[in-house]
Design a protein around this ligand. Structure first.
Ligand code: FAD
Length: 383
């Protein structure tokens, strides 16, 4: 059993419970769509329902962005959870190219929607071995072959593949902004309101219920706990991060991916460095762990950050989050019960693909034809 250390108060992004959140649902309400889970994906689903003129109630077991959506690394990355050349091999060229294209559309949409909360500064993948140097070359060649923006790039911690269309967000601010906008537009949002019963026409909560025409579940980590139907497909694991006191701004110009993506870091506009990883070494022990910072991984992150990034400022924040993985690294996107569509398990890449998938789920929940992204991600359900 890995040791757990007391986490510093909250992720560097802030404490999701630290500001007033919408109150818990009391009593029964009606809506066209009930969205379960108010992270970046669920809030995108709420917005999509409003765009379509539907009435919507969104509920969350905790505050806004209680899950990975408020506790992540803040990278905005094009494509799915596999590097593009690996995606082509695993999913086939047409699907991999289509998913990449859809993610670029979503990146543009996010940049427009979020303004300064999203920074389009690119990302840099740097290799940690000769084998990975070759893999970077294959990744770059595949991106160039398909006409996606990418070039050989360099940074203070190494050279690799630079992807100019990528960027970063302040993940908690993103969710708070989307929640505020949704409330202004007439959505009803309720925090501290776990779904304890889930059927397509009724979501039951401890002190109330939502009567609805369809339900869209937008939950990444622990999706398999909420919906045992996906237990064979999605499996949850903990990811951990640290952040430092501010260092000289501009030291690290863009988010960096290292060691096959197992380690990742970025410098925030205020100068702090946020660093995550350790799954390459501690991955097996992190399956099924709750979102608490564990002593072994945290000690390793301290060392690795100093070695690899060369930053020795004091650590001011330690945190963890839970996400779900699938074997094929494509998200869960299925009608798991009649009228209940579930999306989640983005295998660590839900900041961009999550909202796009959630909006596609809302279109289907409203009876529209399955959007292209749905057919690309899960043709077995939506083609
Ligand atoms: C440390 C870390 C670093 C990461 N870095 C990146 C990154 O840089 N880039 C990237 O793209 N992705 C990253 N990810 C993954 C990314 O954070 C997630 O894929 C994404 O945030 C998922 O958002 P979501 O809204 O789909 O789900 P979640 O964030 O899981 O939100 C689900 C919400 O549902 C609520 N909920 C759960 N059960 C119930 C219930 N029964 N009733 C009501 N509500 C419920 C939860 O409280 C939660 O608020 C990272 C994840 C972690 C943990």
């Amino acid at each position: 059993m890995p040791r757990v250390i007391e986490a510093l108060p909250a992720p560097i992004w802030g404490d999701p419970a630290g500001e007033p959140n919408p109150p818990a649902l009391q009593g029964e309400v009606d809506a066209d769509i009930c969205v379960v889970g108010l992270g970046g994906s669920g809030l995108a689903a709420v917005g999509a329902a409003l765009d379509a003129g539907a009435s919507v109630v969104g509920i969350d077991a905790g505050p806004i962005a209680a899950g990975a959506a408020g506790r992540n690394g803040g990278f905005l990355l094009a494509g799915g959870a596999l590097f593009h050349h690996a995606a082509v091999e695993a999913w086939g060229e047409e699907r991999a190219v289509g998913i990449y294209e859809e993610s670029l559309v979503e990146l543009d949409r996010l940049a427009e929607e979020l303004g300064p909360i999203a920074r389009r500064v690119g990302s840099l993948r740097i290799p940690a071995s000769d084998a990975e140097t070759e893999d970077c070359a294959r990744q770059l060649a595949a991106l160039e072959r398909h006409g996606f923006p990418a070039r050989a790039g360099d940074g203070p911690t190494g050279a690799g593949v630079f992807i100019p269309s990528d960027g970063s967000i302040q993940p908690l601010e993103r969710c708070r902004l989307l929640a505020a906008r949704a409330l202004d537009r007439g959505a009803r949002l309720h925090c501290d309101t776990p779904a304890v019963g889930l059927a397509g026409d009724r979501v039951t909560t401890p002190a109330g219920a939502v009567r609805c025409r369809a339900v869209v579940v937008c939950v990444d980590g622990w999706l398999e706990r909420l919906l045992p139907e996906v237990a064979g497909q999605a499996r949850s694991a903990r990811l951990q991060m640290v952040a430092t006191a501010p260092v000289e701004p501009g030291l690290i110009p863009c988010p960096v991916y290292d060691n096959w993506g197992y380690e990742y870091w970025q410098q925030l506009p205020g100068g702090s460095v946020a660093f995550g990883g350790g799954r390459g070494i501690y991955g097996d022990a992190e399956w099924g762990q709750e979102a608490e910072a564990g002593a072994d991984v945290q000690a390793w992150l301290d060392r690795r950050m100093r070695e690899r990034v060369g930053v020795d400022a004091p650590i001011t924040h330690r945190w963890a989050g839970v996400i779900a993985y699938t074997d094929d690294r494509l998200p869960v996107f299925a009608e798991v019960r009649s009228g209940v569509i579930a999306v989640g398990a983005y295998s660590g890449h839900g900041n961009v693909l999550g909202p796009a998938t959630a909006r596609a789920a809302v279109a289907i929940a409203l009876g529209r034809a399955a959007p292209r992204l749905a057919r690309l991600l899960r043709p077995e359900h939506w083609d």
